[in-house]
Design a protein around this ligand. Structure first.
Ligand code: SAM
Length: 238
């Protein structure tokens, strides 16, 4: 059932998925449904909705120019693994770091990674504001991404410190993307970012507006950022 929906949605979106990838997505779906009975992972559960609104939506962030083999990707506030895990299944040569501030979700992510036999994935429990101050993570990633974590002005402070100069901040956004882009201009500039590139996305069977926003990092992020945990959301750099 889920498999059929996923195959149809992937074909409609123009994404080639191998039998192995379909099997991995299927196992991921089974684990999501099972664990969701014991903890709050996602409100989206119908097979067709998971296929389109979680899997294909996550894969809409894929861009071969941004993800050559060996790319280091950090997904901040990944929750049940979106968009990081679908991107890793689709492009296995990515080196993926998943971050979430809820330990139970990180445990789920570790289980999925192991059950699917994914190599080159690490799952970290922590807040973006704390991890981005750690030398092991600061300015160490080619791409830092997030979906449904915060408005772009706040997200910029979570993500940009992880990105190496020359790397990319990538945000999956819903209908408010234009307004969020304008609002985040100042924050992005302070944090070392350049111009925001907008790529509108249309998912199969859905009419809502979405877009992938990318920002190239041009300069190092000043040491003062990110501010202490909780401050970026309370006092955005607008
Ligand atoms: N990205 C996933 C998705 O699109 O389905 C999950 C979105 S969920 C609405 C937001 C997630 O971000 C939650 O799992 C929450 O624990 C995590 N989160 C929120 N603020 C965070 C922070 N400052 N650092 C790390 N994780 C955070």
């Amino acid at each position: 059932m889920f498999e059929t929906h996923l195959k149809e949605a992937a074909a409609a979106y123009g994404l080639p998925l191998s039998e192995e990838q379909i099997a991995q997505f299927n196992r991921y779906y089974e684990l999501l449904v099972d664990w969701n009975t014991r903890m709050n992972l996602t409100a989206i559960m119908e097979p067709k909705d998971v296929a389109v609104k979680h899997i294909i939506d996550s894969l809409s962030a894929y861009d071969p120019a941004l993800f050559p083999a060996g790319t280091t990707l950090i997904d901040v506030g990944t929750g049940a693994g979106f968009p990081g895990l679908p991107l890793k299944i689709f492009a296995p040569e990515i080196r993926l770091t998943l971050v979430d501030s809820l330990a139970k979700r990180v445990h789920f992510l570790e289980t999925v990674t192991e059950e699917l036999g994914l190599k080159g994935v690490r799952c970290l429990h922590g807040r973006a504001e704390d991890l981005a101050r750690d030398k092991k993570h600061r300015e160490r990633y080619d791409v830092a991404c997030a979906r449904a974590v915060a408005r772009l002005s706040v997200l910029a402070e979570y993500l940009m410190p992880f990105v190496r100069v020359g790397g990319t901040l990538l945000a999956l956004k819903g209908r408010s993307y234009q307004e969020e882009t304008t609002e985040a201009e100042k924050a992005l500039k302070i944090l070392g970012g350049g111009h925001v590139e907008i790529r509108p996305v249309k998912l199969p069977g859905l009419d809502d507006a979405r877009a992938i926003l990318t920002v190239r990092k041009e300069k190092p992020t000043p040491k003062a950022y990110p501010r202490k945990a909780g401050t970026p959301a309370k006092k955005p750099l607008i």
